[in-house]
Design a binder for this molecule. Structure first.
Ligand code: BJW
Length: 306
């Protein structure tokens, strides 16, 4: 029985594998300089990031939640995909039976050249904008959605989120002691289709449903045949439905492979089953090494030959 972190044994399994599923989270983009949700870095102006990612928070103070998202749009636009994103994109190009499910909304997978038909963006995108009706009990909007809106700042009222600051200084927006002027709802752009709703980020907040067609397509893909490998990359795996996919895809011969800074914590090792692997470290360092038998070595700029 190989050890859980035996790279040669994993390479052997990989070269024998056809159907591969990946479930990615914020840790994958950490090496690109984007903060994760939980643990260190999960606070924004003393607010827990997960408390701002809710419809209730938006209804209470759309300006504050928009500032949080406008800042994350600015950060993501100024970040670049890392070696982990490039390795996954290369795996997708080499293996048409690889499907990547990502909880990340930062647009770094598409920017790394990941084929769009081989990725499902479970929680939407920071660069999609949709309608929300604050007067509707469920916050449902009229259905208007705009893709690929890269405006930075998103609107004049959110200019503070797009300010650049010298490397050793703190952006006033991020300093909880720096008081923020409340942004009135009237300064958030209205929905251009219905004029009743406001424009909001096209991401999936807690208690909101993920896209039904996307969920059906994922279920169908998993049911189609045995999944040989599930890569669980840089996620705390606490948010559903994403957290359930490794279990759903598991059969007797499946290897679930955890790639996470915390993969070797005793409580995580205790959950490993026969055939599973766990590699502790930065996903941007580990993924190119783990996938090398299939994707080869990167070029100098980090990308791969297709
Ligand atoms: C590194 C690293 C490095 C660091 N290298 N690693 C079943 C059971 C129980 C509850 C539910 C259930 N089904 C649904 C629910 C309710 C809820 C839920 O799951 N709640 C849980 C908290 C229990 N789910 C929902 O509400 C979902 N909707 C839904 O299911 O609708 C139907 C329904 C509704 C209600 C009830 C029942 C059914 C929607 C979930 C939407 C989540 N949205 C957010 C915000 C998205 C927008 C935005 O980006 O702002 O998604 S919350 C936040 O968490 C974000 C993330 O995608 C998500 C997951 O976080 P992630 O990516 O795992 O990040 P972290 O920070 O948690 O972890 C980072 C990891 O990386 C750590 O492990 C580090 O160690 C590691 N790491 N650096 C490798 N360099």
């Amino acid at each position: 029985m190989p050890k859980y972190n035996d790279i040669s044994a994993f390479h052997e399994k990989l070269t024998r594998s056809k159907r591969i599923l990946a479930v990615c989270g914020a840790g994958l983009s950490a090496a690109s300089g984007l903060p994760t949700f939980r643990g260190a870095g999960g606070l924004w102006r003393n607010h827990r990031a997960t408390d701002l990612a809710t419809p209730t928070a938006f209804v209470k103070d759309p300006g504050l939640v928009w500032l949080f998202y406008a800042y994350r749009r600015h950060m993501a636009l100024n970040a670049t995909p890392n070696a982990g994103h490039f390795a996954l994109a290369a795996l997708a190009r080499k293996n048409g039976k690889f499907l990547c499910l990502s909880q990340n909304v930062d647009n770094l997978h598409p920017r790394a050249g990941h084929p769009s038909e081989q990725i499902k963006l479970l929680h939407g995108s920071l660069f999609d904008i949709k309608c929300i009706d604050l007067n509707d009990e469920d916050g449902e909007g009229c259905g208007w959605i705009q893709h690929d809106n890269f405006d930075d700042p998103f609107c004049p009222a959110l200019a503070a989120a797009a300010e650049d600051v010298e490397p050793d200084k703190t952006l006033p927006l991020l300093d909880p002691d720096h008081e923020l002027a409340k942004i009135p709802v009237s300064e958030i752009p209205k929905c251009p289709q219905c004029s009743n709703g406001l424009q909001r980020p096209g991401v999936v907040w807690f208690d909101e449903s993920l896209d039904g067609n996307m969920l059906d397509a994922i279920d169908a893909w998993i049911k189609q045949d045995v999944v040989d490998i599930v890569l669980v990359i840089g996620t705390s795996a606490v948010v559903y439905p994403a957290a359930g996919y490794a279990g759903q895809a598991r059969s007797g011969s499946t290897s679930v492979v955890t790639i996470n800074l915390e993969a070797e914590l005793p409580q995580n090792l205790a959950k490993l089953k026969k055939n599973d692997f766990a590699f502790a470290g930065d996903a941007a360092v580990l993924l190119p090494k783990l996938l090398e038998p299939v994707i080869g070595q990167p070029r100098k700029d980090g990308t791969y030959c297709s």
